[in-house]
Design a protein around this ligand. Structure first.
Ligand code: ADP
Ligand code: MG
Length: 346
């Protein structure tokens, strides 16, 4: 009887606390960074949620403009100055991206290379309209293979910068979204939010829980609009996927996508999607891109080099490769189930 009573009081308490902090998920979507950004919050009042949504959208739009590779802005200015070879002052808002990406370039053994903006231009992926082809001529690609631009070509001294290689053009398309998601999560936390998700076009970072259970998130089926797999995330985890379906064109019956292998100058072969779970979004984003370039044979080496342990690679025959710690938590949502190889990292 006594325990029943105590339980009753506890239940009432929970309900009251619930009323105060809204025990539901409040969601909002907005368009930014060329994709739909969905913010989910748990345990905040509707009014507070509205102000968080507004702040996040403002910040996201600001970052999109600042780090855009071809729209007018600080990065576009840097790209105009780089080929001249002289030293110039960089906008401080871009500096952390350059510094971080120099490290990630090294860690990825050069496969994550935001200095290949020129190559991405040649392929037509640095423009608002979807490219139609044709692929660039070998002549046009040759300089990028003979004197390959790299993040090591960039010399930084405070906010002063120059490139030793005139082919260096910066494109943070494989990193900026992750870096921005980290900043939005930080902003959320500063506003007192403890439980939430920032999901930018399927790439996300989740903190806390959805009430008394973990968040559940989906990984897109690289063949279409459906879901390949789902998994539970909680605490503080980022899930980022690089896919060949995001941007591509078909020419002469052949498909050319937007993740370029700096070693060949061509779209990376072998993978159709790579998912990485990591403790921050920026590195998860870079690692997904690098591991995609590495492909279904070299991926364990690059994952290990980048310090990520939870990885899933889907190859162009829909064969799935996973690390043991990824395999433990992935729940496939497709029929028939894909063939899976579990591989430990070197
Ligand atoms: P998604 O758009 O599927 O999330 P990514 O995060 O891999 O994919 O980003 C792809 C973008 O990164 C390309 O559109 C291009 O701007 C840029 N990029 C392409 N190849 C590379 C590379 N090897 N290293 C770094 N960035 C790249
Ligand atoms: Mg990426």
């Amino acid at each position: 009887m006594k325990t029943l009573f105590v339980r009753g009081v506890l239940m009432l308490g929970l309900v009251l606390v619930g009323c105060d902090t809204a025990p539901v998920v409040i969601k909002q979507q907005f368009y930014s960074f060329g994709t739909i950004v969905e913010v989910s919050l748990w345990g905040v009042k509707p009014q507070q949620a509205q102000s968080v949504f507004l702040q996040l959208q403002e910040d996201m739009d600001y970052m999109h403009e600042t780090w855009h590779a071809w729209h007018e802005g600080p990065l576009a200015r840097i790209n105009q100055l780089l080929p001249l070879g002289a030293t110039f002052s960089v906008a401080p808002s871009v500096l952390p991206l350059i510094e971080n990406c120099k490290l990630l370039y090294r860690k990825s053994h050069g496969l994550f290379n935001p200095a290949i903006g020129g190559l991405i231009n040649l392929w037509g992926f640095a423009q608002d309209e979807p490219p139609l082809g044709p692929p660039p001529a070998d002549e046009a690609l040759r300089p990028y293979l003979e004197t390959p631009p790299s993040m090591d070509d960039i010399e930084l001294d405070g906010i002063r910068m120059r490139s030793k290689n005139p082919l260096v053009q910066l494109n943070f398309g494989g990193y900026a979204k992750g870096y921005a998601v980290d900043i939005l999560i930080q902003r959320m936390q500063e506003s007192g939010v403890r439980n939430g998700i920032v999901n930018a076009g399927g790439d996300l970072r989740a903190i806390g829980m959805k009430g008394d259970r973990p968040w559940r998130i989906a990984i897109r089926d690289p063949r279409g609009e459906g879901i390949l797999a789902s998994l539970a995330v909680q605490g503080d985890e980022s899930v980022f996927t690089s896919g060949n379906y995001e941007r591509f064109f078909t020419f002469d019956g052949q498909r050319f996508h937007h993740i370029i292998d700096p070693r060949t100058g061509y779209p990376a072969q072998g993978s159709v999607s790579v998912t990485v779970i990591h403790n921050n979004a920026a590195e998860a984003d870079a690692a997904a891109t690098a591991i995609f370039v590495a492909g279904p044979r070299q991926w364990p080496e690059i994952a290990a080099a980048m310090g990520v342990t939870q990885v899933m690679v889907v190859d162009d025959a829909m064969h799935v490769y996973m690390t043991p710690s990824m395999a433990e938590r992935v729940h496939f949502e497709i029929e028939p189930l894909p063939a899976v190889t579990i591989q430990t990292l070197p």
